[in-house]
Write a protein that binds this ligand. Structure first.
Ligand code: FNR
Length: 188
């Protein structure tokens, strides 16, 4: 069982991306265990705070260190990715020389009510992921158009095609972690 640190890019309790992440977790439960990180508690990045780092920051870095991989599930905001994701990525990347992301297998997924399904936001995010040291899974891409009822209150996917697709995504991510997870030992 692989331990996956999840960065959820929405702080809303009614978030469709939270529903998507929980649905993937349910479909992957044979192979992946999700740890939802509390990135909403992080202060805005401030270098001065390293003198006495807030508990939210040390908690983030400790839980990422314990993770075999990272999954980002996020909405698209104004054709880009949410600030809460950027902030968490920046905290994890420091202090200099202690980048938490180095060598971590990464997958990205996102949901939107619109047909674009977060494709534009994810494409912006993907450009900086190699720089941060992630080993990014390129496919399958999850640009999930969230229609009413497609994920129910138990986080079950009600549409067969979408369920099969998301189960396949979870399975391929588990394979990706098996294949590339050892890179995390190279972390600097
Ligand atoms: C949005 N939304 C949105 N949707 C989209 O497909 N492309 C976009 O660029 C944007 N931009 C955007 C900006 C801001 C500030 C907000 C609040 C919303 C709509 C968005 O997809 C929708 O509100 C989702 O429900 C947000 O995801 P969560 O919070 O429900 O997971």
């Amino acid at each position: 069982m692989k331990n996956v640190a999840v960065l959820l890019g929405s702080l809303s309790e009614k978030s469709i991306n939270k529903a998507l992440a929980k649905a993937i977790e349910k479909l992957a439960q044979e192979r992946l265990k999700f740890d939802f990180l509390d990135i909403g508690s992080l202060p805005f990045y401030n270098n001065d705070l390293w003198d006495n780092p807030p508990a939210s920051v040390t908690d983030l870095k400790t839980r990422v260190a314990a993770a075999d991989a990272v999954l980002i599930v996020m909405p698209e905001f104004n054709r880009s990715f949410p600030a809460v994701i950027k902030n968490a990525l920046d905290w994890g990347s420091r202090p200099y020389g202690q980048n938490s992301w180095t060598g971590k297998p990464l997958a990205i997924a996102g949901a939107s009510p619109g047909g674009i399904g977060t494709a534009a936001g994810q494409n912006q995010l993907r450009t900086t992921m190699p720089l941060l040291g992630f080993v990014v899974m390129g496919q399958p891409e999850v640009y999930f158009q969230f229609t009413p009822g497609i994920i129910d209150e138990h986080f079950d996917v009600t549409n067969d095609q979408s369920r099969d697709f998301l189960a396949g995504f979870a399975d391929k991510f588990a394979d990706w972690i098996d294949r590339h997870g050892e890179h995390r030992t190279l972390s600097v």
